[in-house]
Design a protein around this ligand. Structure first.
Ligand code: BES
Ligand code: MN
Ligand code: ZN
Length: 497
């Protein structure tokens, strides 16, 4: 979607549809809806009255006009009570408005910078982000492609004093949303195409296009580094594993700190020899959602130019059963020398992430390590499908990430790393077991990862719930959501300063 910010007024702008907002519980229309109504000879107010339009968040309606306003379709979105305006409300309103315009056949859409209560930059960001996120579709594998698609969005800001702020916000919103689209595409594509080699190729393309550096380590390289946990998971698969390392370096001498961002990159999780049930396995192409988030956000960094050095790491492999697969009871040796007994081959994500955390710590000497992983079904039981779990050994880092998630509009809830549960990971034969009891499974997984972070500030997002939605949500259709991309981009670009 091509985004621009224009100074024309909404009623005169050339487009197939315009989108205006209406607050709830207000007697009179505000600008710009009032002027659009006037141009349309009162038709907008008539429709609102006839439909008893309440202006609640999620309400959408439309009318067709002939000549005035210049756009033939007018879409009206509810904004809720004016005093309750939040960026998330604006995102959802823009998403709903753009979907309606698209479904009416509009290709070029103009929208006001909804929500006059917030600063222009924030509103513009939210509106553009919502518009792009809300109109995501994935039809790469379908013969029949949807004809209906919005390809240009004009953000209308008639006030010249606000326009620069609006343009900056719009640009950020566009970058955040496109990074999320990119991640969604990778998650939605099937595992027979998105294998570790494909992820490595995508990383190389990103590096080339963005002028950032990339290193791909193959099995032999990883063996030299001692990544026994990662290679143990990869042992059962025909697909060769790839350890992906992208580096974004800020220009000049501005570097404030070095952050490693790790994504779980299991391109298909069958469970391994501890095979999943048919139902449990069905969705497991999405077990690389953390990796998809890393690729999406690394791709966006050259345009956003944060002052942070960012290392994007993915230990990519499938988890498959075969004669060469790791067995329950096997002992693997991590990059930091820790030995791990395999209690269950389906707890593979923590093994791959553990070695990636060692790499970030030992090889990169990162100041902070943040991982994102579809790690446990237990986290979905705890928080449901819409909320990510956050775990950290450093409360200041956790607080900054929570603030970033809030700003980005992603739901995250911190869960405790209960010290006493550490003993659940004890093994009779090795330093640790990779699984504990069922209760508190998301916490045990977090405690397992924490062992590899040592004293280094580290945080872990368990995105097993929100990475993939089973039904349409306000900002994402059914399927991969690109969860965590916006939170991490917000973190690296402001909260992280
Ligand atoms: N990839 C799964 C976690 C998962 C489950 C994500 C459901 C999304 C939806 C992970 O590798 C896994 O299999 N975890 C096991 C751990 C158990 C064996 C300790 C789980 O959650 O059941
Ligand atoms: Mn698993
Ligand atoms: Zn998994």
């Amino acid at each position: 979607m091509n985004v621009s910010v224009v100074g024309e007024s909404l009623e005169s702008v050339r487009a197939d549809a315009i989108v205006v907002g209406v607050y709830a519980e207000e007697k009179k229309l505000r600008e710009p809806a009032a002027r659009v109504n006037e141009a349309a000879g009162g038709a907008l107010a008539d429709v609102l009255a006839a439909e008893k339009f309440q202006g609640k968040v999620g309400n959408v309606t439309h009318l067709h006009v002939n000549g005035k306003p210049a756009a033939r379709r007018v879409v009206i979105v509810g904004l809720g009570r004016r005093a309750d305006t939040t960026a998330e409300i604006l995102r959802r309103a823009a998403a709903a408005g753009l979907r309606r315009a698209r479904d009416l056949g509009a290709r070029a859409v103009a929208i006001e910078v909804l929500g006059d209560r917030l600063p222009a930059r924030q509103r513009a960001h939210a509106v553009v982000e919502g518009a792009i996120l809300g109109t995501y579709t994935f039809d790469r594998y379908k013969r029949e492609k949807s004809e209906k698609q919005v390809d240009s969005l004009q953000l209308v800001e008639p006030d010249s004093r606000e326009r620069r702020e609006a343009a900056e916000g719009a640009r950020r919103g566009e970058i955040f949303a496109e990074a999320t689209w990119f991640a969604r595409d990778l998650v939605n594509a099937p595992a027979n195409d998105v294998n570790p080699t494909h992820l490595a190729k995508v990383a190389q393309d990103i590096a080339k296009a963005g002028g950032i550096s990339v290193e791909i380590l193959d099995r032999a390289d990883c063996r030299k580094l001692g990544m026994g946990m990662f290679l143990g998971v990869a042992a059962g698969s025909e697909q060769p594993p790839k350890f992906i390392h992208l580096t974004y370096t800020p220009t000049g001498r501005r570097r404030t700190k070095k952050v490693a961002v790790i994504g779980k990159g299991i391109t298909f999780d069958s469970g391994g020899l501890d095979l999943k049930s048919a139902e449990g396995m069905l969705r497991m192409k999405d077990d690389m959602s953390g990796a998809a988030a890393v690729l999406g956000l690394m791709r966006a960094l050259p345009a956003l130019k944060p002052a942070v050095e960012v290392h994007g790491l993915i230990a990519a492999t499938e988890n498959m059963p075969s004669g060469s697969a790791v067995r329950p009871g096997d002992v693997l040796r991590a990059m930091n020398g820790t030995t791990v007994e395999i209690g269950n081959t389906d707890a593979e994500g923590r093994l791959t992430l553990g070695d990636a955390i060692c790499y970030a710590s030992q090889k990169l000497d990162a100041d902070e390590i943040v991982d994102m992983a579809t790690l446990t079904g237990a986290c979905v039981v705890a928080l449901g499908p819409l909320v990510s779990g956050l775990f950290s050994n450093d409360q200041a880092l956790a607080d900054r990430l929570l603030a970033a998630a809030e700003a980005a509009g992603e739901r995250v809830w911190q869960l405790p790393l209960v010290d006493e549960y550490r003993e659940n990971l004890k093994s009779d034969v090795a330093d640790m077991n990779n699984v504990g009891p069922r209760g508190g499974g998301a916490i045990t997984a977090g405690l397992f990862l924490k062992e590899f972070a040592g004293d280094r500030p580290w945080a872990h997002f368990d995105i097993a719930g929100p990475a993939f939605v089973e039904k349409d949500t306000p900002l994402s259709p059914k399927g991969g959501t690109g969860c965590a991309v916006r939170t991490i981009l917000a973190y690296l670009t402001d909260a992280g300063r």
